[in-house]
Write a protein that binds this ligand. Structure first.
Ligand code: 0RA
Length: 641
């Protein structure tokens, strides 16, 4: 007998081929099971999936450049200079490795790389999924001096793996794919979205160069991300417009039990929020997990020990969150078999990681503190101030909830409250200036509308700590009128009004006050914004009169429409400079009557971006701030961050 086996290899291949086709069919039938959704998120997922394969090659040390190009025909090209996907035949399947990688779900075995790959995580469904969901895909492999090529349509090979040339100088893999419009709701890639992820990947993989190109349309674009400093540069980037407590980020890295851990941390002086980003195998673990909790435990314990040993912390009990105030940190772990959990599979579950990260952070951070006592002192001092502010906030909460003699909450004297006690039917107008406040009080429907006039300046929540904020009369009256506490203690269930409406003049000062108030709500009563309780009133810009008729225009466009309708002869146009120019009746009719007023709901779409805007508007960089307000004074009326 010539055959070693009674089973023909071809039979194995044929039966496997059926499995492959069934696999592809399943992917095309339920794409969301593999890539989350078929909207733009799913679409961008395809790029991440392909890039992740190149990143795996980089993490193993074989690839130092990845190029991603959005091409004119709607396809995406991803090239790397790694070893190239193997083209030799798979021993059992008798087909080239590259074909198997491209067509088999979870290729496994010989062509599957193990170590620290991204696979198994958020992405990691395998490039065969990208292939199945593409109208067409072409792969080009340079390996051992030769160039190979194969083309697929909707996941199925339409050519063999063919040698198409020679290149003795380099190796690598190029994948070009065009998402299938039969599958995706949209097939248009957003350059900005890809930019963020490519930048992040370059930060996380120090030394790796990622080039991103957009060749669609008139204006070609190109970025190059390449950071020799890795996550140290990431931390600097996150803090780029902020004032820092110490000149350079604190950085350490260590390997323990096959797990790589690196941390970069940099305290800011001026802002009090925290920004701690945690990554596991290049995946942004937004839901946290064991690496993050290990970091937090290590940070708290080490700083507590240091404070105790050096007799810092007076009688104050410092808590973890005091040490995290103003902290920007990037935690980057790489581990062999990551387990991702949670709603969006962005929570690291491997329990052994907590202890590893905690012990590395404790040891390395203590060494840093001992070698840099000045920085250590600044950090502890900052935490002490944070703890004091935390205690002041607690007092403030008690203050704002204190019941008066008749069992009602102590309300500020300036507040003209409404009659209806049901929060879901009540509105609070926060009004700029006493005169507008007076008109609002007269014009309102006192059944459900309460008015709180603001007189003095509002303190900038971006620059001041909570205890300072609480010394400000205007802030105090807002807190007690709303009656739900502040900061960590804020409880949106206790809001006395479900509509809180900021009413300011439609000029630069008005825009400034609006932004200050918005910053305050964002920093200290964020759940209120998240619930959709915060609004901006939109007073009219123009009063247009003709004969006995009066109309109000809320935009220049509307003014033009009215003038088109009425003709411009004999028409009077008054441009409102402030709320004070309207009498109570007019104010009611144009800005407060639910039947015809315009309200813009304030939403927090993207905390990070809102933060940038606040920093721009409120930070110490005066020049860009002025420019922004002048350009946007009008637009800021319906600001929607
Ligand atoms: C399997 C095995 C080897 C490399 C790769 C896959 C590989 C896959 C991709 C996908 C995009 N770029 C890639 N680069 C490499 C190792 C092959 C060897 O041992 O030489």
């Amino acid at each position: 007998m010539e055959e070693e086996s009674i089973v023909d290899k071809k039979d194995i291949y044929d039966s496997d081929k059926i499995k492959v086709l069934e696999g592809l069919k399943a992917v095309r039938k339920r794409p969301s099971m593999y890539i989350g959704s078929t909207d733009e998120n799913g679409l961008h997922h395809l790029v991440y999936e392909v890039v992740d394969n190149s990143i795996d090659e980089a993490m193993e040390g074989y690839c130092d450049q990845i190029e991603v190009t959005l091409q004119e025909d709607g396809s995406v090209k991803v090239s790397d200079d790694g070893r190239g996907i193997p083209v030799s035949d798979h021993p059992q399947l008798d087909r080239p490795g590259v074909e198997i990688v491209m067509t088999k779900l979870h290729a496994g075995g010989k062509f599957d790389r193990k170590s620290y790959k991204v696979s198994g995580g958020l992405h990691g469904v395998g490039v065969s999924v990208v292939n199945a969901l593409s109208q067409w895909l072409e792969v080009k492999v340079k390996r051992e001096g030769d160039i190979y090529h194969q083309r697929y349509e909707q996941g199925k090979p339409v050519t063999e793996v063919e040698k198409i040339g020679e290149d003795g100088t380099t190796s690598g893999t190029t994948t070009i794919f065009k998402p299938d419009p039969e599958i995706f709701e949209t097939t248009e890639f957003y350059y900005e979205t890809l930019k963020d992820r490519m930048r992040e990947l370059a930060f996380l993989n120090k030394g790796l160069k990622i080039i991103l190109k957009d060749e669609r349309g008139e204006e070609k674009e190109e970025e190059e991300y390449h950071y020799e400093g890795g996550i140290v540069e990431f931390a600097k980037y996150l803090n780029k417009d902020k004032e820092k407590l110490h000149p350079e980020p604190i950085y350490f890295k260590e390997r323990e039990d096959g797990v790589h851990v690196e941390v970069a941390m940099h305290y800011r002086t001026e802002s009090y929020s925290k920004e701690i980003l945690a990554f596991a195998n290049n995946i942004n673990t937004k839901e946290g997990g064991t690496h993050l909790s290990g970091f937090r435990a290590g940070l708290t314990r080490t700083l507590n020990n240091y404070a105790d040993n050096n007799e810092f912390a007076e009688d104050l009990k410092l808590r973890g969150k005091d040490y995290r105030e103003g902290l920007t940190a990037v935690i980057n772990v790489k581990l062999p078999e990551p387990q991702f959990e949670g709603q969006t599979k962005t929570k690291l579950g491997n329990s052994e990681i907590r202890g590893i990260v905690q012990s590395i952070v404790s040891e390395k951070l203590m060494t840093f503190l001992e070698e840099n006592p000045k920085v250590a002192e600044l950090i502890i001092e900052k935490a002490v101030t944070a703890a004091k502010a935390r205690q002041a906030a607690k007092k403030a909460k008690e203050l704002t909830r204190r019941k008066g003699l008749l069992g009602s909450v102590d309300l500020p004297g300036k507040l003209a409250d409404c009659a209806n006690p049901d929060p879901s039917k009540s509105e609070l107008y926060i009004v700029e200036g006493d005169s507008a406040g007076g008109s609002a009080k007269q014009g309102r429907d006192r059944e459900f509308q309460a008015i709180l006039p603001l007189r003095g300046k509002i303190i900038n929540a971006e620059k001041a700590r909570l205890n300072k904020m609480l010394e400000n009369k205007e802030i105090r009256s807002i807190i007690s009128a709303i009656g739900a506490g502040i900061g960590e203690e804020f409880d949106p269930d206790e809001c006395r009004y479900h509509k809180i409406i900021i009413m300011t003049d439609a000029d630069v000062d008005g825009a400034h006050i609006r932004t200050l108030l918005f910053t305050f709500f964002y920093r200290y009563m964020k759940p209120l914004i998240e619930r959709g309780y915060l609004y901006m009133a939109q007073p009219p810009l123009y009063k247009i009169t003709k004969g006995g008729g009066v109309r109000h225009a809320y935009s220049d466009e509307e003014k033009r429409e009215i003038l088109d309708e009425w003709g411009s002869r004999g028409v009077g146009i008054q441009r409102y400079k402030g709320l004070g120019e309207m009498n109570p009746k007019e104010l009611w009719r144009t800005t407060m009557n639910p039947e015809n007023r315009i309200l813009a709901q304030v939403t927090v779409e993207d905390g990070e971006k809102a933060d940038d805007l606040f920093n721009l508007l409120m930070g110490k960089d005066v020049a860009p701030r002025k420019e922004f307000i002048q350009q946007n004074a009008q637009a800021a009326t319906n600001i929607d961050i």
